[in-house]
Design a binder for this molecule. Structure first.
Ligand SMILES: *[C@@H]1O[C@H](CO)[C@@H](O)[C@H](O)[C@H]1NC(C)=O
Length: 335
C-alpha cells in the first residue's frame, strides 16, 4: 500500500532536512492553482504506535501562561515519547512575523519550547494572525535552517502509516478577512483570488483523502468547524469543507482559533471536533453550545495529546498544571 502511494506522490522522510528544504522551495514556487498536496512521511514507532501533542494560538513571548503550557508539554511529551507536535496556527501574535529575521521566532518559539521531548518536528499551519504579517516568511527554508523542527506549509499531508494527517490552510476560507479586514492587512500572496484557491484546496484534499488507506484520517485546520467559544462555528467550513470530510469518513478534525480546549462530537457522522487553542491567552468567558454534542469544554490554557495504534485512538486534554481534564478513546472495529 505504502509503495503504491509512493509512486503517486512526492515523499520525503521527516528525518531528511536537506530533501525537505528542496521540497519546500519547490512548494513555495508553485502557483495557487495546483495539484497534489505535498506528502511527508513520518513512520510510527517500532511497536506500531504514534504519539503526539497538539497546540495552537501561542506566540506571546511566554506571556499569558504560554511558558507554563510549554513546560507541561515538555513533561507530557517526555512521558509519552512523542513523535511530533501538531501545531494548529496563530503562531505569532499579533501580526505574524515581519520577515524571516523577526526575533519573535526565537522569542516565542525557540526560547519557549525548550524541552528535549519537544525537539521533534512541529507540523505547522498558519492562522489568521500569521496572515497579518509576512505569511511567506513562516514557510521559508530560512526558518528551517534556524530550527530544523519547524515544518510549516499551507496545505500538506503527513503520512504516518497508521494515520494520515491532512493539514488545511483555513484562513482564506473565512470571507470577512477579505471583505472586512478592519485595520489588518492580510498577506494573500499566492492565495488570491479566494474562490479559485478554495476550490483547489478542496479538490486536492478530496483527492488526497480518496487515496488514503490509513486506518485513521485526521484533518487539521486553524479554524474550528464546530466551537462553543468566542468565534463559534465557522460557517464557511461547515459549507465548503465539512462535506468532503464526511464523504471520506474522516475520524477527527483538530483546530485552534478559539482560545480554549473543546471536544464536540458530530451527531450525524463519526467526526470528533477537537479544539486545542489554549497555547497562551485564554479565559474569554464565552460559551454558546451548538446542535452537536458537547463532550468537554475548558475556557483556559492547555494542550492536547493523542496516542494512536492501528485499532485505537486515545485523546487527552491538559491544563497548565498538567492535570488531565478530559479523555476520549475509540477502538476501531468495535462497532
Ligand atoms: C494562568 O493560569 C491560571 C490557572 O489556570 C489562571 O488562573 C490565570 O488566570 C492564567 N493567567 C492568564 C494571564 O491567563
Amino acid at each position: 500500500m505504502a509503495a503504491s502511494r509512493a509512486a503517486r506522490t512526492p515523499r520525503v522522510s521527516a528525518m531528511a532536512p536537506a530533501a525537505l528544504i528542496v521540497l519546500l522551495a519547490a512548494v513555495a514556487a508553485l502557483p495557487a492553482a495546483t495539484a497534489e498536496m505535498p506528502r511527508l512521511v513520518h513512520p510510527p514507532k517500532a511497536d506500531g504506535s504514534l504519539t503526539l501533542l497538539a497546540v495552537g494560538d501561542w506566540g506571546r513571548r511566554g506571556a499569558y501562561n504560554q511558558s507554563q503550557v510549554a513546560t507541561q508539554m515538555g513533561i507530557v511529551g517526555e512521558k509519552m515519547d512523542i513523535d511530533f507536535v501538531v501545531n494548529v496556527g496563530d503562531n505569532f501574535y499579533k501580526n505574524g512575523l515581519t520577515g524571516v529575521d523577526d526575533k519573535a521566532f526565537e522569542e516565542s518559539f525557540t526560547h519557549i519550547y525548550t524541552a528535549k521531548s519537544l525537539q521533534k518536528p512541529w507540523y505547522t499551519i498558519l492562522g489568521n494572525h500569521d496572515y497579518r504579517g509576512d505569511a511567506l516568511a513562516q514557510l521559508s527554508p530560512v526558518l528551517r535552517k534556524l530550527e530544523s523542527r519547524w515544518v510549516c506549509m499551507k496545505n500538506f499531508v503527513v503520512d504516518s502509516e497508521i494515520a494520515d494527517f491532512f493539514f488545511v490552510d483555513t484562513t482564506p476560507f473565512v470571507l470577512k478577512y477579505w471583505t472586512d479586514p478592519k485595520k489588518s492587512k492580510y498577506d494573500w500572496r499566492g492565495v488570491a483570488p479566494r474562490e479559485t484557491y478554495i476550490a483547489n484546496v478542496v479538490k486536492d484534499l478530496d483527492a488526497a483523502l480518496k487515496q488514503s488507506n490509513a486506518p485513521w484520517k485526521i484533518v487539521v485546520g486553524h479554524h474550528a468547524i464546530r466551537s462553543s467559544s468566542q468565534h463559534g462555528d465557522t460557517q464557511e467550513l461547515l459549507q465548503l469543507l465539512l462535506p468532503t470530510l464526511k464523504a471520506h469518513g474522516v475520524d477527527l478534525y483538530i483546530n485552534g482559533h478559539d482560545h480554549c480546549l473543546e471536544h464536540i462530537s458530530s451527531r450525524d457522522s463519526p467526526i470528533q471536533y477537537l479544539t486545542s487553542g489554549g497555547g497562551s491567552k485564554a479565559w474569554r468567558g464565552v460559551f454558546t453550545p451548538n446542535s452537536d454534542k458537547l463532550e468537554f469544554f475548558y475556557d483556559g490554557q492547555g494542550f492536547m495529546s493523542m496516542r494512536l495504534t492501528k485499532a485505537e485512538a486515545q485523546v487527552a486534554f491538559y491544563d497548565i498544571a498538567g492535570t488531565v481534564l478530559h479523555t476520549w478513546g475509540l477502538t476501531k472495529g468495535a462497532h
